[in-house]
Design a protein around this ligand. Structure first.
Ligand code: HEC
Length: 183
């Protein structure tokens, strides 16, 4: 009797095991079908790309193997890229303001951002007011040739006069002198 019970118990246990086993197999089969379906779907959207030796694959390989530069013979058609179109007049003043800002950040900000050694701070209208009253020509001359502790060209002699003036115009347009720059 005792062994019989044990036998029954064991059968139930096996049955449970096979049920679970079949369930797992079933899930794996469904998963495999799903993966196959997904792969075919992707391949259909990009035909050739996944076939070794396919036309698309060949082209991709050619592109990867292509030399970095081509030898161009002067005068041959298309040897030089077309010259960039001239900036439209409307955008020109904006571009200038941009580069003035960059020059200012690169050179003038060293003193004029913090007010170091008594430099009038950018945006400090009170500090700039009496200086703006001197007029643009004087300010330009002081920026180019120096003025007291202000070094000529802000100490950066690699800047052209035009660059110094662009930076100056940016600085004073930020400091209450916009009317002086954009007349
Ligand atoms: C090494 C620090 C320093 C740098 C860099 C510098 N400045 Fe100055 N700047 C000064 C000081 C200090 C003054 C104040 C001089 C004074 O009035 O005593 C000044 C004043 C000025 C003034 C006012 C002059 C006036 O007539 O009142 C202008 C304009 C000016 N700087 C433009 C520039 C421009 C543009 C640059 C960047 C190309 C620049 N500065 C970079 C220190 C500097």
């Amino acid at each position: 009797m005792e062994t019989h019970d044990h036998q029954q118990h064991s059968d139930r246990h096996d049955q449970h095991f096979y049920d679970s086993f079949l369930l797992v197999i079933g899930i794996l089969v469904i998963f495999a079908i799903g993966a196959y379906w997904l792969a075919t779907d992707i391949a259909e959207h990009d035909p050739g790309a996944y076939n070794r030796g396919g036309a698309v694959q060949e082209k991709l390989i050619d592109e990867r193997l292509a030399p970095v530069g081509d030898v161009q013979v002067a005068g041959s058609a298309g040897a030089l890229p077309p010259a960039p179109a001239a900036a439209p007049a409307a955008g020109a003043s904006h571009a200038k303001a941009e580069s003035g800002k960059q020059i200012w950040e690169g050179t003038c900000s060293a003193c004029h951002a913090t007010g170091m050694i008594g430099a009038p701070k950018i945006g400090d209208r009170a500090a700039w007011k009496p200086r703006l009253a001197e007029g643009l020509k004087t300010l330009e001359s002081h920026a180019l040739h120096g003025y007291k502790a202000m070094p000529p060209h802000g100490g950066n002699m690699s800047l052209s006069d035009q660059q110094v003036i662009a930076a100056l115009e940016y600085m004073i347009s930020q400091s209450g002198g916009a009317g002086l720059v954009h007349k």
